[in-house]
Design a protein around this ligand. Structure first.
Ligand SMILES: [Zn+2]
Length: 482
């Protein structure tokens, strides 16, 4: 029993040794995904897909609560449609796969496999929107998209990935801008509340914004290796797509006007973020709200007491499963110690241990995945105690992630300082920026760090630009990023 735990840990590279290998080891060992026989693509295995389903549930509920409905548009986009917005097609061009042949014939017009759907949706909004009474249009699509990436990594960057993309059309600029910020806040709320990952909301610089957008907003998170990750984006598209696709409406004043549009997206990347923010050398650690299994019951049964212990374990399992995602691990071929290690590695937040002595005392022992803390709990109050503990675990995981982010956020007054922080301990570096793309590019060139975003919270005096020393217009967050 003692040796099996070590074997488990030995199969996962320690984070401190090689974080990137730790990440892929955990995904393989926890059985979340596998590499597909297609370049840069992965297969979501049931536990990995169950995590995505939890993301979908959490987001979809929030989208509907803010008035959106789901629709579905085609996977293929005719070249003529995609080319209408020049900046947009330019931004995606090297990553676009094309269908040129089908049905045994060369196609008259080649079809792009969608990298995102603004263009085909723009074309449909042109047909659907006639008067101000048709507005706003508030749609979301759950879909797969394809971007031919050079370097891929499970969940973080794959050639085909799953996401949602919201697309809305509005009568006024103010309404569209309000939508952009509302959806960014939906992302912030979901990532912080359900995934227990703190984020920095803010606006992207012009260099980093979405191709075709007037402004892009993002929520940025920090991984345990000190690299930042853009968890979700919300774009104010102005009238760019409305102009190109001629999306007009007849307003109350009898004037024809162009609509204002937005789009916003979150992808399977957030699964990668959840792994990298909470996991440790023992494997995954999942926040209770999204854990596919929240509680595992492990009976500890010497042969002669086996039936009695198992009978009680089954009773507890059926009592709990109504409200919780509970698994009873009654496999005979593994020892309890082996099972503890396996479920810890899979990130299950809470373990219920039940042995002959617990049976006599009408109790169980609860063990937390996040802190390792154990406590005996009377069986009579078990359900209530588990509910409390899962809430505590969720809150504590968020708190620890917040402390990590605060501990890995520093201020830099000079380029030398910024460079040193990025080179030695990474993390977020808050510094002044004059707003010039040249300074942004120079910092990137020298340190590898990009401006993640311009946070909404700003000091009265942002100080000097970290690169040129001129007057800064904002303080920004620099980091190296996934
Ligand atoms: Zn500058």
């Amino acid at each position: 029993m003692g040796g099996s735990g070590k074997e488990f840990v030995r199969e996962i590279t320690p984070q401190g040794e090689d974080f990137s290998r730790w990440y892929t080891d955990v995904i393989r060992k926890a059985d979340l995904a596998d590499y597909a026989p297609v370049r840069g693509c992965i297969v979501f295995k049931p536990d990995g897909y169950a995590l995505w389903e939890k993301v979908q549930e959490g987001l979809d509920r929030r989208f509907k609560a803010t008035g959106h409905r789901n629709a579905y548009f085609p996977l293929f986009i005719p070249e003529s449609l995609l080319k209408k917005e020049a900046e947009h097609v330019e931004g995606f061009n090297p990553e676009l796969p094309w269908v040129t042949e089908a049905g045994g014939e060369k196609l008259e017009e080649r079809l792009a496999v969608r990298p995102t759907s603004e263009t085909i949706i723009g074309e449909m909004y042109h047909r659907w929107i006639q008067t101000y009474r048709d507005l706003p249009v508030l749609l979301n699509q759950w879909a797969n998209v394809v971007r031919w990436e050079k370097k891929t990594k499970p969940f973080l960057r794959t050639t085909e990935f799953l996401w949602q993309e919201g697309h809305t059309a509005h009568r006024t600029e103010a309404e569209a801008r309000e939508e952009v910020r509302r959806m960014l806040d939906v992302y912030r709320d979901f990532v912080e509340t359900d995934l227990a990952i703190p984020v920095i909301p803010g606006r992207k610089t012009d260099t980093e914004k979405f191709a075709g957008a007037v402004e892009t907003y993002s929520v940025e998170a920090l991984m345990k290796d000190g690299l930042a990750l853009q968890a979700g984006t919300s774009h104010f598209l102005g009238r760019n797509f409305a102009r190109v696709f001629d999306i007009q409406f007849l307003d109350e004043d009898n004037q024809r006007k162009l609509v204002w549009t937005t789009s916003w997206g979150m992808s399977t990347r957030v699964i990668g973020a959840t792994i990298m923010v909470h996991g440790d050398d023992r494997g995954l650690a999942l926040p209770p709200k999204v854990a596919p299994t929240q509680v595992v019951i492990v009976p500890i049964a010497p042969q002669k007491e086996r039936e009695a212990v198992l009978a009680r374990a089954r009773e507890l399992h059926s009592a709990l499963r109504g409200n919780l995602r509970v698994v009873l691990d009654d496999r005979e071929e593994y020892t309890p110690g082996w099972k503890y290690n396996e479920w810890e590695m899979r990130g299950v937040p809470l373990r219920v241990e039940l042995g002959p002595r617990d049976l006599k005392q009408n109790q169980v022992v609860l063990a937390r995945r996040d802190s390792g803390e154990k406590q005996a709990v009377p069986q009579a109050t078990l359900a209530a105690r588990i509910t409390e503990l899962l809430a505590d675990i969720q809150a504590d995981m968020f708190q620890r992630a917040k402390e990590f982010m605060a501990g890995h956020t520093a201020a830099a007054g000079s380029l030398g300082q910024l460079e040193e922080i990025i080179a030695t301990r990474r993390g977020f570096v808050r510094a002044g920026w004059c707003g010039e793309a040249g300074c942004e590019a120079a910092v990137k060139e020298r340190t590898g760090a990009t401006i993640r975003n311009i946070p909404f919270e700003q000091p009265d005096d942002p100080g000097p630009c970290v690169h040129c020393g001129g007057k800064a217009v904002h303080q920004v967050y620099f980091a190296r990023a996934y």
